[in-house]
Design a protein around this ligand. Structure first.
Ligand code: ARG
Length: 461
C-alpha cells in the first residue's frame, strides 16, 4: 500500500507496516460476507435517504454502484486488496471507484462495528436456513428407512454389549430424534440472529434519525438490538451457531462410529454404499468406510472451533475489540463442515444396506430376554430383586448346558422356580419382548408406527 488507509488514515502520518498489514488483513476470509455486506449497504443507503442524509439521486447512485460490484464479484472480476483490510473497506473503495465521491457518504453514522455484526448475522441466518433444510432431508430419509425396517429385529446395546432386543426401525428413529433436537436448536438460534444491530454505530448509536426498525425489516430481521454497546460486542449468536453445529457433528460422529462398527466383518450388520467407500492401495480386498470416518473425524474441528470462539470472547472488555475479527474463520469452517457432512449423511442413510439375517441371528443367539424373564416373575408376584437373582440362575443353567433361555424346557424352568409355568414362553422370545414395550418411546410395533406418523407430521410443517 502506498497511501495511508482511505477509511481512517486522516490522523496518521504513517501507514501500517507491511507485517501489520499482513497480520491484520481479513479479506481472504470475510469476503465470504460480500453479499450480505452489499445488501446491508443498499438498505443502509435507503435509510440514510429517508433520514434526508442522502438525496434520492445519491442513494440511487450508491445502489447502482453496489449492484455492479456484486456482479463483478460474482463474475470473479473483483480484485480483493488485502491492504484494504476487510470486505467492508474493499467494497467501499470499489464503490468510490465506481461512482466517485458520493460513495464517501455511505458510511455516515455507520461503523464497521455495527456493519460487521449485521453482515455476520445475515450470513449465519442464510446458512442456518440451508442447514435446516439439509437436516430435514436427513430426517425424512431416516423415517423412510425406519418404515422399511419395522419388522427387523436386532440387539440393542449398552456398553456395546448385547442388551435387549429392539427393532432396526426403533434404532433408526433414535437417530431421527437426535437430528430433531439439532434442528430445533438451529431454529431457536435463528431468533437471535434476527435481531438487527445496524444503527448502533461504533458503540453509542446513531444521530441521523434513522428508522432502525424499518431498516431492520428491510433486511429480513425481526427486531432491533436495544443497547448499542452490547450490540457491537455481542457474539453470543456466533457461539450458539458454533455450539449447535458441534452437537450435531458429535451426533454424526456417533452415528458414523456405529455404522463403521456395523460394517466390520466381525459385526456384519451393514454395508455402506460403495460410492462412499474407498479401496486400499495395497490390500485389494478392502472396502474402507472413509466418508463415515471423515464425518466422524471432521466433527473434532467443530468442537475446536467452539472452543476458539468461547476463548475469543473471554476477557474481552466492552464494546468492540479487533479480537472479534477472529470469529469468522472458525465459524465458517464449522458451517462448511456442517453442510458437507449433512450431505454425506443423507447419502449414507439413503444408501446403507442392512444385513437383517445377521441381526436376527444375533438377537436369537444370546440372553437378550433375561430381563423379560425377570419381569415375568415379577408379574407372577416375585419381588424384582429376587426375580433378578432367579433369572441369573436360569442364565447360568442355560449357559452351562449350552442352551438359550427359550430353548429350556418347562421342567428345567420349574427346577429353578416354581412360579414359572407354560406362559413363560410368551415372554422370552425376542419378538414378544419387543411387542411388550408399549410405553411411549418403547419398542412395540404399534408404538413405532405412531412415532413414524408423528415424525411425518412434524416434517410436513
Ligand atoms: N474486519 C473487522 C472485523 O471483522 C471489522 C471491524 C473493524 N472495526 C474496527 N474498529 N477496526 O471485526
Amino acid at each position: 500500500m502506498s497511501k495511508k488507509n482511505p477509511s481512517w488514515g486522516g490522523r496518521f502520518t504513517k501507514k501500517p507496516s507491511q507485517i501489520a498489514q499482513n497480520f491484520s488483513s481479513s479479506v481472504d476470509v470475510d469476503q465470504a460476507l460480500y453479499n450480505q455486506d452489499i445488501q446491508g449497504s443498499i438498505a443502509y443507503a435507503e435509510a440514510l435517504m429517508e433520514a434526508k442524509v442522502l438525496s434520492k439521486n445519491e442513494c440511487n447512485k450508491i445502489k447502482t454502484g453496489l449492484k455492479k460490484i456484486k456482479k463483478k464479484i460474482e463474475a470473479g472480476n473483483f480484485n480483493w486488496n488485502p491492504a484494504l483490510e476487510d470486505v467492508h473497506m474493499n467494497i467501499e473503495a470499489a464503490l468510490e471507484k465506481e461512482i466517485g465521491v458520493t460513495a464517501k457518504k455511505l458510511h455516515t453514522g455507520r461503523s464497521r462495528n455495527d456493519q460487521v455484526v449485521t453482515d455476520f448475522k445475515l450470513f449465519l441466518l442464510e446458512r442456518s436456513i440451508e442447514i435446516e433444510s439439509l437436516l430435514r432431508n436427513l430426517m425424512k430419509n431416516l423415517v423412510v428407512r425406519a418404515e422399511g425396517e419395522l419388522e427387523t429385529l436386532m440387539p440393542g446395546f449398552t456398553h456395546l454389549q448385547n442388551a435387549q432386543p429392539v427393532s432396526l426401525a426403533h434404532y433408526l428413529l433414535s437417530w431421527y430424534e437426535m437430528m430433531k433436537r439439532d434442528l430445533e436448536r438451529v431454529s431457536a438460534t435463528k431468533k437471535e440472529l434476527k435481531v438487527s444491530p445496524l444503527g448502533s454505530g461504533a458503540l453509542s448509536g446513531n444521530r441521523f434519525k434513522l428508522d432502525r426498525q424499518k431498516l431492520a425489516k428491510s433486511l429480513g430481521f425481526d427486531s432491533v438490538t436495544r443497547n448499542s454497546i452490547d450490540a457491537v460486542s455481542d457474539r453470543d449468536f456466533a457461539l450458539e451457531v458454533a455450539f449447535n453445529i458441534s452437537v450435531m457433528a458429535i451426533h454424526f460422529s456417533r452415528i458414523c462410529e456405529e455404522l463403521i462398527i456395523w460394517s466390520s466383518s466381525q459385526f456384519n450388520y451393514a454395508q455402506l454404499p460403495e460410492e462412499l467407500c474407498t479401496g486400499s492401495s495395497i490390500m485389494p480386498q478392502k472396502k474402507n468406510p472413509d466418508m463415515a470416518e471423515l464425518v466422524r473425524g471432521g466433527s473434532a474441528k467443530t468442537v475446536g472451533n467452539l472452543m476458539t470462539l468461547l476463548s475469543l470472547m473471554k476477557n474481552q472488555p466492552l464494546a468492540y475489540n479487533r479480537d472479534n475479527q477472529e470469529d469468522k474463520a472458525p465459524l465458517i469452517n464449522s458451517i462448511e463442515y456442517a453442510t458437507e457432512a449433512l450431505s454425506i449423511m443423507i447419502e449414507i442413510i439413503k444408501g446403507v444396506s442392512f444385513n437383517n439375517d445377521q441381526m436376527l441371528a444375533d438377537v436369537y443367539d444370546d440372553f437378550l430376554t433375561a430381563t423379560d424373564l425377570a419381569e415375568y416373575l415379577v408379574i407372577k408376584g416375585v419381588p424384582f430383586r429376587e426375580a433378578h437373582e432367579i433369572t441369573g440362575t436360569a442364565v447360568k443353567y442355560a449357559e452351562d448346558n449350552d442352551l438359550l433361555l427359550f430353548e429350556m424346557s418347562l421342567d428345567e424352568f420349574k427346577k429353578i422356580s416354581k412360579k414359572i409355568s407354560q406362559d413363560v414362553f410368551n415372554y422370552i422370545d425376542p419378538s414378544d419382548s419387543i411387542q411388550a414395550k408399549t410405553s411411549i418411546g418403547g419398542t412395540a410395533l404399534q408404538q413405532i408406527k405412531k412415532e413414524i406418523k408423528r415424525a411425518k407430521d412434524y416434517l410436513k410443517k
